[in-house]
Design a protein around this ligand. Sequence first.
Ligand code: ADP
Ligand code: MG
Length: 541
Amino acid sequence: NFAERSEEQMSGAQVIAQALKTQDVEYIFGIVGIPVTEIAIAAQQLGIKYIGMRNEQAARSLPCCFWPRSHPCLGWYGKCKRELLVEACRLYTKFSARPSSIEAIPFVIEKVRYLRAVRTSIYGRPGACYVDIPADFVNLQVNVNSIKYMECCMSPPVSMAETSAVRMAASVIRNAKQPLLIIGKGAAYAHAEENIKKLVEQYKLPFLPTPMGKGVVPDNHPNCVGAARSRALQFADVIVLFGARLNWILHFGLPPRYQPDVKFIQVDICAEELGNNVKPAVTLLGDISAVSKQLLEELDKTAWEYPPESKWWKTLREKMKSNEAASKELASKKSLPMNYYTVFYHVQEQLPRDCFVVSEGANTMDIGRTVLQNYLPRHRLDAGTFRTMGVGLGFAIAAAMVAKDRSPGQRVICVEGDSAFGFSGMEVETICRYNLPIILLVVNNNGIYQGFDMNTWKETSKFRDPTAVVPPMCLLPNSHYEQIMTAFGGKGYFVETPEELQKSLRQSLADTTKPSLINIMIEPQATRKAQDFHWLTRSNM
Ligand code: ADP
Ligand code: MG
């Protein structure tokens, strides 16, 4: 009966949940408390999966890049100084807003704000949005019929580069003596793998992935010059940047890491990014998938390919060979405790090719990235641009949650330094609560960058003023992090030798029903192999 129906009430929380559902939101990662608990419950009633995390930092590390329609973070908070938060969030988000009045709830959430937040988060350069819902809105009752839900926003429109710029870029590439393609995470977000692989193979070009650009073209591709990274950057005369910023990870595009007159061809979806730090020879504004297709078509017009027997290829191959030999030699060292290379070589031997690799730490992340291979795009997640520690377990949980729904059996390996693990260690409880068969590797050197072995620790503590001078980089030696996993019902392993590592990893991979944590003791003073640029070893990513 219409008269009755029109009286039907629903809460602000239900309105919010329905608005999210209408925008195809499938997962919410959060931490509940008064009053946001109601929103989580309302979302669950609509079939949205709610994953309760233990720490806000981990909750915010969402699965932004796994699947085409997954949204970057949309945040909300219950109670705090709202005006301040909305303003503060402007700095870090693409869009930050708060409904202006209680009467505006349906309007703000349905028509403008939420829709806009979702759309803004996925259109153009993807990024986080913040919507502030005043606490008292959550339990407010509104008339069901007063609310109109907006349709789910359309997929992001695809933009292409200017034809004349594409022509110019093709000409610069054809005239390059020492070309290099850099494949960044923008190429992964754009799902440009097929076109970029064609560019690499058809024109015989060397390429270098950035940390999260790994896997767009497989790491074991013969044209991947990751093992000669410094050399490739230093001597390239033309560099095509596919969705990678010239920030500190790429040494700002400046000498001495690059030639002073290197020509950059910058491909990016964000106009404001073009020309940052260096003046590019050509800028291609557009979606990488579309622009790389334009480049293919343009280069196809002549019979050109980059000569595979060039001096440049020879230099790169030689450097790759010697670098790979140096890592292998370190890896084959039989001395105990193990070094990073030994650990990662044994891990690499057993990793399934389709697994997600999540990683954070200092040397653990940097060295791990050079040894652990990615064969698929969007399968590596690490501390990224801001090098924020504490995001790894959140990433792993998100990846495992989505894998469970969409490709059961696909594994998530989370490689953590002992210090990095500490930032969000309590998320192990979350992993066990949702029974996600994540394999956590804690590469344990008893410290931050470097630590002390037990004997040195005991020896120095004898002379130490116990109240004052615990060395800042030291963590407690031989900590049994694996017991954090067993405390919640998962499997824990403490390993000190390559054999123990191999065995525990084999068992962990075989058990698809349970999470496990392998605490791997390594040489507390272990470092990376000698680098060409000592003054930048910490940022040689
Ligand atoms: P990396 O860490 O791999 O170097 P960055 O985060 O520094 O990656 O840069 C990624 C760049 O990719 C950003 O400048 C972003 O604007 C761009 N980008 C994101 N998605 C796309 C897309 N679909 N097409 C083109 N560029 C994109
Ligand atoms: Mg450490």
